[in-house]
Design a protein around this ligand. Structure first.
Ligand SMILES: NC(=O)c1ccc[n+]([C@@H]2O[C@H](COP(=O)([O-])OP(=O)(O)OC[C@H]3O[C@@H](n4cnc5c(N)ncnc54)[C@H](OP(=O)(O)O)[C@@H]3O)[C@@H](O)[C@H]2O)c1
Length: 284
């Protein structure tokens, strides 16, 4: 005797319960659907988030990769030369959470190839970290070189625009939908110290990045994407303990943990803002 037959008999025999077996099946289906719907968010919440970090083979990018992997995120870490990215490869082996991808963020073909390899993977957080500070002497008044200026612009500003444009659909397909760019406080007109000379290419290219991010925020607001700019502080990325000579600098773990907290906390209403690693909003 099947289960349904048994139910039908029980209903007929006792005259109690839920009436016909059709009604019973409807109720069971309803209860099952409710249970499934109640469990769905739990299942989604358990799914790890994904961060894509550009320039993750060293410096702040690598520290971001370490901390996000430690938090159980899926990390897509890009490097211009993955074969030489030994620390990143070790992190990938150790954690099993890091996928290493080749990317020259200034090269549209390389950016497009990355997009093709990733396909439709949702990216909760696109962390555009690639950048260059360069040296002081090559950026002083008297030594301005248009080719170098172009290089800084491509690395510090264009790269973020190219990568964000190509991976926007992946961000939109995610739950968190966040895009960050890495700027520097010396690019703020409002907070700019009158004593800080030089660094023409660096400052100009980070100002350009800021406007790119503001524009991106505007364009992606209707899709619920949160676009923010970050300033890490002047960070000790030298891999040595902080000492007296580093007064005014911030230790790398503090800077990264602060920026991760900012990125955790920001909501769509915060799109287009610029944050210091401490959480303070920076005036443009
Ligand atoms: N450290 C600070 O105190 C500080 C302060 C303010 C802002 N920032 C910003 O924070 C970000 C990270 O800084 P950091 O100190 O960690 O820099 P970093 O140690 O110099 O690392 C820069 C990263 O960018 C990558 N990169 C450079 N050009 C690239 C290109 N064309 N395509 C792909 N990757 C490229 C480098 O790859 P390779 O190894 O292949 O060169 C490296 O992974 C930068 O945007 C920087 O301007 C840093």
């Amino acid at each position: 005797m099947t289960c349904c037959n048994r139910n039908r008999n029980r209903n007929r025999n006792t005259g109690t319960g839920y009436g016909s077996s059709t009604e019973m099946r409807t109720i069971i289906r309803l209860v099952a659907t409710c249970l499934l719907l109640a469990l769905l968010p739990v299942a989604n919440a358990a799914e790890p988030s994904t961060v894509l970090i550009t320039g993750a083979n060293r410096g702040l990018g690598f520290a971001f990769a370490q901390q996000y992997a430690a938090r159980g995120w899926n990390v897509i870490a890009t490097a211009r030369n993955p074969e030489a990215a030994m620390a990143l490869r070790e992190l990938a082996d150790k954690t099993g959470r890091v996928r290493i991808e080749r990317l020259d963020a200034t090269d549209p073909a390389s950016v497009d190839n990355l997009g093709n390899r990733l396909g439709g993977i949702p990216i909760d957080l696109l962390l555009n970290n690639v950048g260059m500070l360069g040296t002081e002497p090559e950026q002083q008044l008297g030594s301005i070189d248009p080719t170098k200026f172009d290089t800084y612009m491509r690395v510090n500003a264009l790269s973020t625009l190219l990568v964000s444009q190509r991976l926007l659909a992946n961000v939109k397909a995610s739950r968190q939908k966040k895009i960050a760019g890495m700027s520097a406080a010396v690019a703020s007109f409002a907070a700019y110290p009158r004593t800080h000379h030089g660094l023409y290419y660096y400052k100009a290219s980070k100002v350009a990045l800021n406007m790119i991010m503001r524009n991106l925020a505007l364009d992606t607001e209707p899709d619920g994407v949160t676009v923010v700019v970050l300033s890490p502080g002047v960070v000790n990325t030298y891999g040595v303990p902080m000492d007296e000579r580093m007064r005014g600098m911030v230790d790398i773990d503090t800077s990264i943990a602060g920026m991760i907290k900012v990125l955790d906390d920001v909501k769509p209403a915060d799109t287009g803002k610029w944050y210091r690693y401490t959480g303070e909003v920076i005036d443009w």
